[in-house]
Design a protein around this ligand. Sequence first.
Ligand code: SF4
Length: 331
Amino acid sequence: MCAADLLPSNFSHIYVEEDALGYPMADEVLKHFPGSIIVRIKHYKDVFNRPGQDSAVQSRSKNLILAVNRGRKIFDASPVCQDFGYGKFYYVQSAMNCVFNCDYCFLKGMYGTSNIVIFVNTDEYIKECEDKLKEGPMYLCASYDTDITALSSICSWQRVWEELALHNRDLTIELRTKSVVNNAVPCNNLIYAFTLSPGLIIKEYEKNTPSLEKRIESVNKAIDSGAKVRLCFDPIIYIRDYEVCYNDFADTIIRNIDIQKVKDISIGTFRISSDYLLNLRKGSPDSPAVLFPFDRENGFCVYPKDLKDRMIGVLKDRFEGAGFGSKLYIF
Ligand code: SF4
């Protein structure tokens, strides 16, 4: 995706905190949008947290906010996140919200707006990360409440995290994306985690994201460059013909990707905090993906256990049957 692809439907207005002006990251973003209307603001929350926003309407034309993160930047990851066996598992908030528009995205439940914040004070992020590393090795998810790779055409956050991983062996960074990765960097502690879904699911529920073919092409380029690649079949979404759909999907993946060269594979079904589901349904009011009658379990909405096991079983059986059982993480 290039900056031009984000326009004209998005970013007609860019809200910039007065304190954010002059940061290199702010200049870098603004130069991509010479035709946008720039609105100076005091604090990003005045726009981002405004009450009464309609995220479904906003998603048709998202606006951008450039801000300074004055608070904490690195957080403990949620219990529903996959820690892949790492004890110290965190996420960093270098941006909030996403250029894509997946019906089931938990960010719609969390934020109540579709506008996107990019924080610009990169040096303070690096310092907080380096300070935390003094406590010991850590695993940091850099694409938790955004898809940072999808923003790479307008800001260099992905490069910031790649550089930091290259210079700190105790820091393992995961860049999770539904986008395509350009110039993946080979580095043992830098993981490109590609979320892959069947074409039908992408078409119905992962609006504006690259096709399965494009994502597979990007996976193969990353593998060829020597980068560490993770495949994420997560979230699996229920549809009536899920068995056929996900079996065909497994065929496509096994046929087109050299799984031996993949670091690992994660498999998980859709799950979301119960607190977020109401907002999510407002953000995707017509989507069967979020209207499903979920069970509640420890504060989360999940598929009923037997259905969840059957959905996971489709992919698990296929990848175990093809000899890749040791690479699987099931969530
Ligand atoms: S790509 Fe990820 S972060 Fe972006 S809308 Fe989809 S689920 Fe949300």
